[in-house]
Ligand binder design. Structure first.
Ligand code: GRG
Length: 299
């Protein structure tokens, strides 16, 4: 019988092995690669550079909850992580957040240069959708996954959230605008991760809706905790400098509510998230613990 740590570890190992098998630099996606090696290397550097793999784990776990088996969601989990990785590479560029460190290591553009980092992100975005197209899932599930992921990542999702975030620099904005920005920038991809697990696992409507409510709430709590860590976090654990929100003059949950009230809001959202999991019965224990670990995480 698994406990939380052993199941998370098992998901991580299986996911990382799967990722390795699909992104071997000479056999990208199982075909001989005649691609440009510096870009392939830049892609591999960021894809294999640590990371909590929260989004893949959500996809695998929702698939397990809906079908008893997590493996049908592996390709979708990889596609989501590719989109997430692209967003981090581009987010670190000087024209965006301008961060030299990511996960305790030099950011992609510091190692490979601006052009390769830009192209690595572009390449990852294409590879994500290729990964879904080449997966063994049925056509209906592939179309549903592509529709969901493109909406979550695109100009009505993460890209819009990033644009709003950049626009908000050095401006006072209220909680509603912060929530709207975070829902798009961070929340939609987290929600898509849970829902893509449901798609792979053949969820019914009730389970799909419960997964959506759960993920929307933990997605927002996740972003609030991210704002708190930017003020209270330990740089060595975060793997990046703290205080970047203050430097860029951003309004955040913390600048408006303060650390205590921001954390209370994150706790309330987590309680609401966990409250909808009863549809999955006793099997929901892993997600309950995941929600709590995300709330009290240090990185
Ligand atoms: C460039 C289009 C474009 C979008 C970038 C996601 C994002 C949008 C920027 C990242 C900035 C940021 C720190 C957002 C806060 C929440 C977040 C997404 C944190 C990073 O995700 P984790 O903690 O990262 O899951 P790991 O390293 O564990 O994979």
């Amino acid at each position: 019988m698994d406990n939380y740590d052993s199941l998370y570890k098992r998901y991580l190992e299986e996911f990382n092995d799967f990722l390795q098998s699909k992104t071997d630099i000479k056999k990208f996606q199982g075909r001989d690669s005649d691609g440009f090696y510096s870009v392939m290397e830049a892609i591999t550097y960021s894809l294999t550079n640590g990371g909590k793999r929260i989004r893949p784990v959500l996809a695998l776990e929702f698939c397990r909850l809906c079908s008893g088996d997590h493996t049908p969601a592996l390709d979708l989990a990889l596609a989501i992580e590719m989109i997430h990785t692209y967003s981090l590479i581009h987010d670190d560029l000087p024209c965006m957040d301008d961060d030299d460190m990511r996960r305790g290591k030099p950011s992609n553009h510091i190692v490979y240069g601006y052009a390769n980092a830009l192209l690595a992100g572009d390449g990852l975005q294409a590879l994500a959708f290729e990964t879904i197209a080449r997966s063994p899932l049925g056509d209906d599930k592939k179309v549903a996954a592509v529709t969901l992921l493109s909406d979550a990542a695109g100009p009505c999702g993460m890209v819009a959230g990033q644009a709003m975030d950049l626009e908000n620099e050095n401006k006072y904005i209220g909680l509603d605008e912060i929530k709207a920005t975070d829902t798009l920038k961070t929340g939609k991809l987290i929600t898509a991760s849970a829902l893509m697990g449901c798609i792979a696992g053949g969820a019914d409507r009730e389970k799909f809706l419960a997964a959506e409510t759960f993920a929307k709430n933990i997605g927002l709590a996740f972003q609030i905790v991210d704002d708190v860590l930017d003020v209270t976090g330990d740089e060595s654990k975060l793997g990046k400098p703290v205080g970047s929100d203050e430097i860029s003059g951003k309004s955040t949950y913390v600048t408006i509510l303060g650390v205590e009230s921001a954390m209370k809001l994150a706790r309330d959202l987590t309680t609401e998230a966990v409250g909808v999991l009863n549809i999955f019965g006793d099997d929901a224990w892993f997600l309950e613990e995941l929600a709590s670990k995300l709330l009290y995480r240090e990185n």
